[in-house]
Design a protein around this ligand. Sequence first.
Ligand code: ATP
Ligand code: MG
Length: 414
Amino acid sequence: MAKLQSVRGTHDLIGDDARAHLAIVGAARDVAERYGFSPMDTPIFEFTEVFKRTLGVTSDIVTKEMYTFDDKGGDSLTLRPEGTAGIARAFISGGLQNELPLKCFYHGPMFRHERPQKGRQRQFHQFGVELIGVSEPSADVEVIAMAADILDALGILSETKLELNTLGDAQSKEQYRAALVDYFSAVSDQLSEESKDRLVRNPLRILDSKDAGDRALVADAPIFADYMTDDAAAFFAAVQDGLDTVGVAYTRNPHIVRGLDYYSHTAFEFTTEALGAQGTVLAGGRYDGLIETMGGPRTPGVGWGAGIERLAMMTKAPSAPARAITLVGLGDAGEREALRLSRELRHAGLTIELIYKGGIKRGLKRADRINAAAAVLIGDDELAKGAVTVRNLDSGEQADVAISDLKDHLSAYS
Ligand code: ATP
Ligand code: MG
């Protein structure tokens, strides 16, 4: 029979890798809860419409990257490529309009059919936050400050740069779009095939192109700031002022446009030089039109998502869990006592690794492999006297310890 393999672009999280992901989620959750955000968990698949309507028909995700299939009932379903659409759907279908502002965080797997490479998988994980129902710029400031605090808690803030832009309001966007169409139409023969297509469908996305020829043209393209309405400019000024107030450093980058069509006003990315080509670790923005687009009441929102794999590549190995103490039962009575004691000692807060079988030799080998701090040897003879032998695995010293004193004795190891 052919050997079964994992699907291209997916990966198993084992041991320290799994621990690193949990540590990142734990650290991010701590910070998010201090900001007053609550957990939220939506299904990993939704009706395809949920993503088609929200992500915009011209986005890379919808045109190329979605895992879409028909289920047995004939419905078209899609594995979620990102988290915001599902939360907006839950907001509408759950009738959460009376719960505003809704402040939530989520984490879990996302799915995109793209070319796998370092820092880019087909199943990857995100931690993200959404703040729904607040149109004030201070909401943008808070979610960005929270992102910075999470990167700081992970010890990697200094390796990242916050790049900030505004996409303005609808009127600003329309004026700018017209200017871009004028500019790029004049040089359209020099554009990549993909950007020629974007020029018709969504010219703003040419600014996001990774093609070298496109990038050269983008360098001289009209700047959005020149087409912004006064309202949009005031909003952006307030966001920058707020970031200055809370002490979050940023640089402005007019080419941060974000791949998804639903953004307006603030757009931002935390980028790093540490990961090569896949340099964006956390990205987000304001999406005031999203919920209305989905058929809900007009409700503003702002949020971001971060790639946990990319964060994990930047963080040091998580601190190891407490060193275990192995319990080795020798003989029938010893094994039974080891089983009983292991549970009692765990209830006392100790980390216990029970050796299931194989005697002293196998027990000590396993203890060595897991870097246990001590081994408790429970033989029939000592047991008859109500005692066990405790061996310190660093010094090799042994002591006979009464079972009634064992808990206290072992607490010195934790
Ligand atoms: P990129 O430009 O790298 O394709 P994106 O704009 O598609 O990123 P977003 O949709 O903003 O990414 O997702 C937010 C974050 O999720 C990214 O900054 C990144 O850290 C992570 N991410 C996105 N796609 C992948 C992927 N295929 N594999 C691993 N992480 C990813
Ligand atoms: Mg992408």
